[in-house]
Design a protein. Structure first.
Length: 207
């Protein structure tokens, strides 16, 4: 049972749920302070992340977008679930849908996403493949606020991942995912402890 004093997190995911699992494990290890993951929102009821949530004892809200006439309709139901669970922060972790104002506006500044590039470079799908094909020497991961655009929100934190001489795209992808699992829990802990200050497109993390 969630305690009323905890910092309550909802994770949105659509796939395997590796970042969801990393957050669960960080929370259990006490690395996220008084946080509690209270809800998984998933648009693919058969996705492996759903079983991860079940094993972690996390409530789920599952839906199939094709069952709704408009995105706004299922987002209204999501907002109701978030309110019921008294969610403080939404963490997108492989949730592959653009959001409308129905969801973005009530949680402005309280919704973050992680993207596998150093934004604003290589937004959108297959960012790792984009960077690889471009031939960059350094790529990485970005945690940003969600504003409804395609990876356009204010940057909260970034971690660089260099391309090594013997890399192939799989080894690069593996190291980027390792960076995601380091950076995302850290940023969540910053939010939980009230250390993130947003002024326009500038983010300061208080020590």
């Amino acid at each position: 049972m969630a305690s009323s004093s905890s910092y309550r997190i909802a994770v949105f995911a659509s796939g395997q749920g590796s970042n969801f699992q990393a957050l669960v494990e960080s929370s259990r290890a006490g690395k996220l302070g008084s946080t509690e993951i209270v809800l998984l929102v998933c648009d693919k009821p058969q996705a492996p992340v759903v079983e991860r949530a079940r094993q972690a004892g996390v409530d789920t809200f599952l839906f199939t977008p094709k069952g709704y006439a408009r995105r706004e309709d299922y987002e209204a139901e999501i907002v109701a679930e978030l309110e019921k669970h008294q969610v403080d922060l939404i963490v997108l972790a492989g949730y592959m849908r653009l959001l409308t104002s129905v969801l973005v506006e009530p949680y402005a500044g309280k919704m973050i996403n992680i993207h596998p590039s150093l934004l604003p470079a290589f937004p959108g799908k297959d960012a790792i493949g984009q960077a690889w094909e471009y031939g960059v020497k350094v790529t990485g991961v970005t945690v940003h606020l969600v504003d409804g655009g395609m990876d356009t929100g204010t940057v909260v934190a970034q971690e660089a991942v260099p391309l090594l001489p013997d890399d192939d795209i799989q080894t690069l992808e593996d190291r980027i995912h390792q960076a995601e699992k380091r950076l995302y829990p850290q940023v969540v802990s910053w939010f939980a402890s009230g250390r993130v200050i947003v002024e326009g497109r500038k983010v300061t993390v208080r020590q």
